[in-house]
Design a protein around this ligand. Sequence first.
Ligand code: SF4
Length: 332
Amino acid sequence: MNESDNSVPAALGDDVSIGNLTVRYGDTTALRGAHLRIPAGTTTALVGESGSGKSTLALAASRLLPADAQIVSGSVRVGDTDLAALSGPRLREARGGVAAYLAQDASVALNPVLRVGSQIAEVHQVRHGVSRREAARLAENNLADVGIPDPARVARRYPHQLSGGMRQRAVIAIALAFRPRLLIADEPTTALDVTVQADILALIVRLQKQCGLTVLWITHDMSVVAEIADRVAVMYGGRIVEQADALELFESPAHPYTQALLGCFRQGRTAQPKHIVTAIKGSPPVGGVPDGCPFHPRCPHADDSHCRTTLPEPRVLGGGRQAACHHLEFAP
Ligand code: SF4
């Protein structure tokens, strides 16, 4: 990468603070008052079973929710910008520029009838006001930054002419062209072969460190979390039930659900969805959550006096750790 080309400027990341974020799809509440803090220039992994609300949080934070979803309340602050409060042209500008979203499937993020280089160059022209010629040059630099050999040749290709790994690299190049302050990666490696997954993981980690990006990484895979995360947030039933520094969380999980998740990981060295569901007794809530703590039907510590009647609020445990449970005395 040539620093003077400014294709990947340093220190992009900003502090992120999500407060009381609630999202509904029609009558169904998918996200219930989520609170999350991501320090600038760090990676937070968001984990939990399918249907826990991870992708809804990711889409709400990047303001890419589908038309039938609505942010009912809350804020998504990236630096001094509240993404949840934006609309119209300011929102269009913030999409990509403030928060960029990497989807699981790169092919849906690329325009199939435009050459890859043109799609990146368009960002430089429209967002940064550079000439067409300069935008084409910067696009090739972006492709080189994401480890694509012979970027001039690849820039002239259409998405269908690239492999899955190359397409995901091209999507990352587009995200970098926006110069985002927050990168939201929604399981960006799950659709790829294992060896390509490792390459893409290493690429994003390198870029995160190089650019000081703030990253929110959604995943099912606790081995990925162990590899990349500075902090971890655990979701269940549309709420964040625990968040802590990664090392602390792996060593001494406070919430019974986190303890169960890590139990699956330690038994199988992987916590893919099917393993989680079979290893934790019962099923995650679908369509609605029970009264009280959403985890109570599956929790070995649930009681009638608190857990089945009263929703536990997040409690600050010190050292930047929070957990939402009535019985944190069960924490190790
Ligand atoms: Fe279990 Fe009760 Fe804590 Fe919920 S509040 S996780 S049911 S102990």
